[in-house]
Every structure is written in structure tokens, then in C-alpha cells.
Design a protein around this ligand. Sequence first.
Ligand code: C5P
Length: 240
Amino acid sequence: MGKDVIIACDFSSAKETYEFLNQFGRQRPFVKIGMELFYAEGPDMVRQLKERGHKIFLDLKLHDIPNTVNKAMKVLGRLQVDMCNVHAAGTEKMMRAALEGLTEGSAKAGPAAPAQRPLLIAVTQLTSTSQKQLEEDLLIHRSMEEVVASYAALTKQAGLDGVVCSPLEAPVVHQQLGSEFLTITPGVRLAGDAAADQTRVTTPAKAKELGSDYIVVGRSITGAANPVAAYERCCSEFIG
Ligand code: C5P
């Protein structure tokens, strides 16, 4: 997998998701299934989108005690998605437990399953979190960049493949942990679109310049008057 644009399919039903994706004709964009869609439609939605030929980032952001995350990851591993995630704040021990569970679960996915497990990445700090919230709500008195870099180092130490961060933090992550360590970056808006609840945002072109490996784009595509044109603009700005 190389640089790509992942569309956040933040819909509440399969019907709405297909109405959206059908606009893309034969194109099969990389999609992200988050909590809203997964809680509404369950694993069947993942299986159906895989069958249609979409690559899938299952964004459930697991964060619990290591044993619980390990068992949940064993189950998710059977779905054979391309990418899934946890919160780095769950600690290195939790991330190691997640990786073990995912590796075990995906190995049991059946003889037809590819040998490779899904990429496992960890959320450093949500792209909706501001420096002020980091300090006042979470009581973390360090710069956002320092916190993201430190959580990313912990993630790498746990053996995971990369992190979710803002494109603004992609350079520090790559400088400190190498270009092979992936940065998956939400907080992306086409120029002129509203940031809404996101605080650390950039355009797809800027994300490319900053070295993001994948951008995750939701509302700039799903809320556009012409979602296919918005997706193509993201691709041309980010991939070229
Ligand atoms: O609509 P928007 O482009 O803001 O959507 C961003 C998507 O990326 C949402 O689905 C959100 O859950 C997800 N995300 C995020 N920040 C993170 C991790 C995931 O915005 N750190």
C-alpha cells in the first residue's frame, strides 16, 4: 500500500453508505469504517465492502485493559481489514496485547486469507484536541508536537506500524522514528471548507508537503456538493 486518500464513511446506515459510494461508479476508494457505521451495521458491513473491492481502515480506536483489547483484536483480526487501530494512551502493554491478538486473529481467518495481518496503528492525540484542551482537560503540560512524538515512540516500541496524528505532526514523527513508520492523518480540509470540530487541520496539498502517508478525509468529501470531484481533488493534491 502506498500513499492514498481514505474516505471517512461516517454514515449511520448501510443504505446511506451505498448511496454515497455508488456515486463513484466503478472506482473503489479506500474507505474508513468508524464507530457510527460499525455500531449500526456490524461486521457484515465490513465483509460487504471488502467483497465490493474496497480497502478498509476499521477505525474503532480500542482503549481498554490489555486482556480485553487482546481478545477484541482476535475477533477483529478475522475480518481481514487493511488497517485498524487503538489509542496509544492505553500504554505500551495494551498496544503489545492488541498486536498479539490481531496477529493471532488474522492467522485464523481461514486458508483463503492473506498471510499478512492488517496494519495496526495507534492514535496519538485526536486531531480535534487543541493545545489548551491538552493542558486544561488532560493535564498534559507539554507541546502537542512533543506529546505526539512521545506517544509515537511508545507505539513503535510496542511493535506497531504507525500512528494517527495531524499532518502538522507528520514531520516530527518521521524525523524521530524514520520514514517507514506510517503517519495516517485526519484533520484534512479542502481549502475554504469549515474545520468544524477539528482543530489541527491542513489541506491535502499541505499534508503531502509535510510527508503524511495516508490522509483521512470525511466531511470535505461526504459533505461536498460533488463528492466524487472533491475526492478527485484530494487525490490530485495529495498523490499528484
Ligand atoms: O469529517 P472529518 O474529515 O473531520 O473526519 C475525520 C475522521 O477521522 C472522523 O471519522 C474521525 O473519527 C477520524 N479521526 C480523527 N482524528 C483522529 C482519529 C480519527 O478525526 N485522531
